[in-house]
Design a protein around this ligand. Structure first.
Ligand code: TYD
Length: 254
């Protein structure tokens, strides 16, 4: 294959120039990082699983009318996506207290919240993605007030979809992070879901046992991360055939 132009390399993914203008190829690496990349490892098969899982969620979201950047999966590790102007925010939706929220408010992890809560962190690793109020976002011009309202609506639709899909396979969606991008249709900006949705950016707990099936397994040394992601993929019926990690009884879903 001809050498492709690298556009951006992040912690878990690489972006290459796409096949047509306005597109990019998103490559899912096996690298896992936590605590702002202080903790690092290569988890064999993670990229393959996240490519499939993100495809599965994005396709489902599109089917219910949520606009996303996903165009098509190209191979085991790559997908073709629409190029967007990334809004520099990590948009977090929480259904149960966990992680930084539980710590900040002294709540027990797993406590149900009165309603889903959407919060914004400024996307800057060197600052540790600090939580920011809407006032900052508007003042610094990262997004307009209208865009923030649209982002909240989008995030809540993603939450309803993801909570339902996960509930259907016996998993509780504790919280998750999405990123949103701006695309231009003629002169009008429009927001679409970008980046990825995978167990790297969600908290997923087994409803029956409370077993963690997300990146906390890696953050907190709770076992084998690829096993946890494989379990999620298996339950959803999206396990690719040749993930070397757990090759028992694979099911191919095209
Ligand atoms: P949060 O509890 O704020 O942070 P941490 O994961 O450091 O405890 O995270 C809430 C959810 O959002 C959790 O599922 C992880 C996800 N998330 C990311 O994937 N990337 C990020 O940069 C941030 C801030 C959160």
């Amino acid at each position: 294959m001809a050498r492709r132009k690298l556009v951006y390399e992040g912690k878990a993914k690489i972006l290459y120039e796409g096949t047509e203008p306005g597109t990019l190829i998103q490559y899912f690496k096996d690298d896992a990082t936590a605590f702002n990349a202080e903790k690092k490892a290569v988890i064999e098969g993670k990229g393959v699983l996240n490519n499939r899982l993100s495809e599965y969620f994005m396709v489902g979201l599109q089917a219910i009318g949520v606009p996303t950047h996903f165009i098509k999966r190209i191979n085991m590790r790559e997908q073709l996506i629409r190029q967007v102007e990334i809004i520099p925010l990590e948009v977090i939706v929480r259904n149960y207290a966990a992680g930084t929220m539980a710590k900040r408010l002294g709540m027990e992890e797993g406590t149900a919240l009165p309603r889903p809560i959407v919060e914004f962190s400024y996307k800057d690793d060197s600052l540790g993605d600090p939580l920011v109020p809407e006032e900052y976002i508007a003042a610094f011009g990262w997004a307009t007030q209208q865009e923030m309202d649209d982002i909240v609506s989008l995030a809540l639709r993603v939450n309803d979809f993801m909570s339902g899909v996960m509930y259907g396979v016996g998993i509780k969606l504790i919280d998750f992070k999405i990123e949103v991008g701006r695309v231009w249709d003629n002169e009008y900006p429009r927001l679409i879901l970008a980046d990825e949705i995978s167990p790297d950016s969600c908290r997923l707990w087994d409803i029956e046992t409370g077993r963690k099936l997300d990146k906390d397994v890696f953050r907190r040394d709770l076992g084998d991360l690829a096993d946890a992601y494989t379990e999620v993929a298996k339950r959803l019926g999206v396990l690719p055939t040749n993930v070397t990690h757990n090759p028992t009884k694979p099911t191919l879903i095209n």
